[in-house]
Design a protein around this ligand. Sequence first.
Ligand SMILES: Cc1ncc(COP(=O)(O)O)c(C=O)c1O
Length: 449
Amino acid sequence: MNEMRELSEKRSRRTFLKSSGVAAAGLALGGYTGKAIAQSANETLALNGGPKAVTFPSDRLSAATKWPRFGDVEKQAVWEIMDRSVGDVYNDLPVLEKEWCEYNKVPFAKAHCNGSSTLTSMFFALDLPPGSEIMVPSYTFFATILPMRFFQYVPIFIDLNPRTACFDLEYAAKHLTKNTKAMVPMHSWGLPCDMDEICKFADEKGLIVCEDAAHAHGASLKGKKMGAWGQIAIFSFQASKPLPAIEGGMGCYQTREYYERAAAFGHYEDPPKFPEDSPNRKYDGTGYGQKYRIHPIAAALARTQLAVLDERNAGVRKRIRELNDRITQLPGLSEPFCRKDVERVYYANNMILLDEAKAGITRETLLKALKAEGVWAGSGAYPEQHKYKIYSEEKWWHHKPVIPETLPGTEQVNRSCIYLPILYEDLPEVNEQYAKAFEKVWANRDKLS
Ligand SMILES: Cc1ncc(COP(=O)(O)O)c(C=O)c1O
């Protein structure tokens, strides 16, 4: 009986490899990866009792992947704030805003206490009629969507393009209605959405483009920074982000009107600073009802991090290339597609996509084998907002959002993603050992049950 089962499992495994076209893929592959796979073919997987491919000490790896990274400069900046008296304690705020405008080449910027409050201020600034529909990816943090309800807007959940894990413009075009007024693409994990195409479409249809750039500090398309494409864009400076200030946020605005409304929403002290003809000046002393001022220590930290942002992003890019250029040659492994005119950044992890059929291995088995080799690899679904309770209860909305039955692109991304850690130090031996671990697993994947 057991023999029968074994035989049938072997047979279905062979059929799987054959039908996915990867039988003997190691040998069939030309060039570097083919050789690397062939060399690893006689090695024993750690899962089957062989030695681990990754021998780099884990405490050293923990130190090299630690985020955020603050040092003496940051400690000094924090210390200086604590020494100030109340009249000077907020001095860094306008300086940070000016530096942010210069760095991103935007006319107006306003710092807020976090990315979520920046988004809420953004929705207030839009000043759209109740019932206005706003297109937004479901694959995002709640704050990209949920504050809409305070202004009686209605989210339209947009799918991802599974090739990029970003906003699918084609899907959006199919879901446009007469009530659609705006779009909020989100640059997932630091990869810019196709902002040129999105802005062109929006222009044709009379839509406002906003950006959730909470993951994409310093990323650009055609040399233009994320944050400078939309009429309004938001950034988060929360501790995990590419520019961390532990907490904090920043809004970018292309017009004075949006800037003033967003600033006055959460900054009661701002209206008298606006020009004489501003319709927002009369709200001196109250603003529009919230207090969203960034903490001065966060503003000071953000300034130190902005000074090293480009260098940091370049270092991360270089180290990710070292590894990904190798492992994405393996059948079934790819990265989210990045256009040639894009300079992406990386937020939180190095996301790799697995095509199980092409690879001839399931994600679960691959992760088990990689972990046994000593690779810090993980998976896990990023939220699909439309699945949360609050979106399906009528009482919270001007009219109830349409909950899609399925978002196939989004589901595919969540089904196929593998997360690898980001190195913040140059450690070529780690990339070498990680690449070796992948090649070893690929060479021996027919031995994995
Ligand atoms: C896509 C996205 N937008 C907005 C935010 C909100 O930022 P914050 O945590 O600073 O409120 C986050 C935070 O993780 C995010 O991931």
